[in-house]
Design a protein around this ligand. Sequence first.
Ligand code: ASP
Length: 411
Amino acid sequence: MKFWFKIPLWQRVVGALILGVITGLFWGPDAESIKWIGDLFIRAIKMLVVPLIFFSLVAGVAAIGDLRKLGAVGGRALLIFIVTGQISVWLGLGLGTFFAPGASLDAELPEGAEVPEAVPVSATDMILSMVPESPVQVMADVQVLPLIVFALLIGIGILMAKEDGEPAAKIFDSGAIIMQKVTMIVMELTPFGVFALMAWVAGTFGFEALLPLAKVVALNYAGCLIIIFGLYSAMVHFLAKVPAHDFFRGIIDAMAVSYSTASSNATLPVTLRCTQRNLGVSPSVSSFVVSLGATINMNGTAMYLGLATLFGAQIFGVDLTIGQYFLISILATLGAVGAAGIPGAGLIMMSLVFTAVGVPLETIAFVAGIDRIMDMMRTTTNVSGDAAVATTVAAMTDELDREELVSADDI
Ligand code: ASP
């Protein structure tokens, strides 16, 4: 038992993944008999959706502290979050359309599985569907979008209530922390879930299914690397006037920690230290932007949600209109905003995008087994993005100590 927990989770997951594939390939279609273990894992993840989003989002808004603080720093940061988020989703959609990773895989829906209905795409219907008629019903039905709207409003209400809102802010804060702990417990199921899901996928579909999955992993890595070394390099170079290699040298610790933990939140202390000590971002700008960014700025996740939606549409033969592409771009950005900075959060958010455009939720069963490897890379993208935005906003608001930056050479 002790030995088991001594191995870092990500190594157990990678081990389970490899063993699962080997087992499935040898066992064949009968491997379906252990698929229930994977289903159990997915059920446990789904269980977390509503409370996790609700608590983290309200706590995130309340943490801003003062509505006016969303001024110079907040406004700029939010603008960059949104623009880079959109670029990232469209990159995911582009990669998914161009390389069509799911096209060669033709999956029949499991018997009795229901295909979620596509929500109407007309603008008025969309706006109407965003406002919850009953918050309780929205939670019971796991409708994530109106839930996000409700959570944002509660957060703003807490800020407006000032001292009277403080006790509630504390409760939501503690709720968010508790939910992260519960998620950690659920994440301990990952190796077993991954083993069972991979054995089932490999046993049922053989190499035929593994190729498209490998393609999704490769596309996920390619997309993330383009965002990190293309988008962020350009951003720090042109907007912050910081040489890209100095920037990356300064955040290498944060990149390593984020890759191995797959959690923006767990990496937060390291990201703060890197931006302040190695890049010379002032403590106030860095704590504000990096802490907010760890929750809402997730370009790796946004890119992946776009890619995964197309993958699901391809394997289940769902045709998407250009209007639905735009819907995906909005929902994937919102999903990335709503995702907590913890392992597997992106996986939870898939149901938001899938349901809206009629992609079967069963797609999650296909990608859950390989999610961890992709999660590590998208978390590194998310964390690098927080540091890039903090550096850029600091440069714009004269909060960047360039002398500190030069000493990055001696790290
Ligand atoms: N694990 C990611 C993060 O912490 C979120 C995700 O699952 O995409 O940033």
